[in-house]
Design a protein around this ligand. Sequence first.
Ligand code: 13P
Ligand code: SF4
Length: 336
Amino acid sequence: MKRTENFQFAKDKADVTEAIRTRLQNVIPDIEWPIHAPLIDAIHKLKSEKNAILLAHNYQTPEIFHGVADYTGDSLGLAQIARKTDAEVIVMCGVEFMAETAKILNPEKKVLIPDQRAGCSLAESISGQDVRNLKKRYPNVPVVTYVNTSAEVKAESDVCCTSANAIEIVEALNSDRVIFLPDNYLGKYVADNTDVEVILWEGTCEVHEKFSAKELQDYRSSIPELKIIAHPECPPEVLAEADFVGSTAGMIKYVDHERPSSVAMITECSMSDNVAVEFPSIQFIRPCNLCPHMKQITLPKILASLQELKFEIQVDSLTADRAFTAVNRMLDFSKK
Ligand code: 13P
Ligand code: SF4
């Protein structure tokens, strides 16, 4: 997660957009710039007028990620920022579960999502009732829940996790068995990397489940020096082909640390564009599986969100209090 440089050149409107345009010239064609520039200017102006911060997930498009975000990061990083911000308004450029997590962690703030259709196939895969049924079936087995879930599901859980800390959280519970929800592939990855028995659910990410081991083998045979880094929401046979497995922030750290000559990021499309801007000397092979939910968020919708303070996230206080315990416990574990 990083503080973007937008504020540093925010003094003069023309300079702001020109600096961003130059930085993004390899990922945004010049012909598109007259469409983005006025929106970027207007969003910067409204952010300071409304005392708002804009948090953007690594899967947001470059004009959002590099153009208007104050903070960028993985699910864990965005939750950490949401918990401690002093801003009055948080605009979540990501998906609904991220906005809900921000509201749960910082309930006094107005938390907005620019499009209410920004859901998630993992969050859709499980309900609070499903978790209650599992708890009856496996009494006294702790429930570890991926943040990619509704507030109702978090409220039924003992602790949350993200892809950045799932193994650490499962091990920290000191239990022989855990129920791990809802991502089947992330759960299998955790099971392969711990001695803890993991009871799984059948949820999958509609973006990462599409990758195949064959696709990765083909990349490797065409480019022998290629480093392949994959998100743990991918199927196990895909992860087996990867040189590194990690959360989106973990992938960025890998690229920064290892500086491979060429890299394929086996995750959502926009991530490679965003990281390529930071590392112009590295060649990125850009497999393109789009998250239709992340792509609901656009510059015009962010502007409308700030202008009309919509769409505000609400979580009822009983659910929010119980969900807070699970999410906050994760953040506390992650500090240790
Ligand atoms: P992370 O950024 O936490 O790795 O999550 C990936 C993802 O799919 C979020 O929707
Ligand atoms: Fe959900 Fe997958 Fe999209 Fe992330 S990439 S929001 S896990 S559907």
